[in-house]
Design a protein around this ligand. Structure first.
Ligand SMILES: [Cu+2]
Length: 224
């Protein structure tokens, strides 16, 4: 029975929110499955890193700039991504379709809140929710691979989920691919979360990238 923080001397795994009520520390992980078909079935996943370079043109007053270094994932292991370690653009392109001026048509994933899994392997939630080992995964389309936690998640021993499918390391360049995005946040409860927690908002965007020839909202007819 705790009525004040000064009575808590041991690890209690949460925050005292009111008398005799602890809000336990926990995570929220939500996985989204995107079966992309950008202008056709065969697509590639491109991770473009934004890297600083020294300016070689001595006439420029600038010493440095940043450039875009795209890398197309060849197999599933190339597309296991931890967000938050450096700037990158994540896109799905159709390498067989180009705009009039020659850019590959694509869509970008603009992630929302990033939380990386803190718990090491070995606990049940970890192998049942193996999809939270990375923020983004890409797999080869397979009809039976629909839910990131597998079909029977509650009783699972982690043998049928996204983390194990990805170990097959199938080829994903210019193939029918699926992108999986794990959005998450760690939750250290505070007194404002009690007795009813206010809304927490997060989200992401899937945004056309060189998919249209120009701004598609131009010339839209507005019906009043
Ligand atoms: Cu929570």
């Amino acid at each position: 029975m705790y009525t004040h923080m000064n009575q808590i001397k041991e690890e209690v795994y949460g925050t005292l929110l009111t008398e005799n009520t602890l809000g336990t520390h926990h995570d929220h992980f939500l996985n989204f499955h995107f079966d992309f078909d950008v202008d056709g079935h065969d697509n590639s996943f491109v991770e473009s890193k934004l890297l600083a370079k020294s300016a070689s043109d001595k006439r420029s007053p600038r010493k440095n700039y940043w450039t875009v270094v795209p890398k197309t994932a060849k197999t599933e292991s190339d597309a296991r991504i931890h967000l938050g370690s450096g700037a990158a653009e994540l896109s799905v392109v159709n390498p067989n379709k180009k705009t009039k001026i020659g850019n590959q048509v694509g869509y970008r994933l603009l992630p929302g809140t990033v939380a990386n899994n803190i718990i090491p392997d070995g606990d049940y939630p970890e192998f049942r929710c193996g999809f939270n080992k990375y923020n983004v995964w890409v797999t080869r389309y397979n009809k039976s691979e629909k839910w990131a936690g597998g079909v029977y998640t509650d009783q699972s021993r982690g043998v049928d989920n996204l983390a194990t499918w990805s170990l097959r390391n199938r080829e994903i360049e210019n193939k029918d691919i699926v992108v999986w995005y794990t959005l998450g946040f760690h939750h250290v409860p505070s007194q404002e979360d009690f007795p009813i927690m206010p809304t927490v908002i997060s989200g992401f965007e899937i945004k056309p990238t060189n998919f249209f020839e120009h701004n598609p909202t131009l010339g839209l007819k507005i019906h009043g």
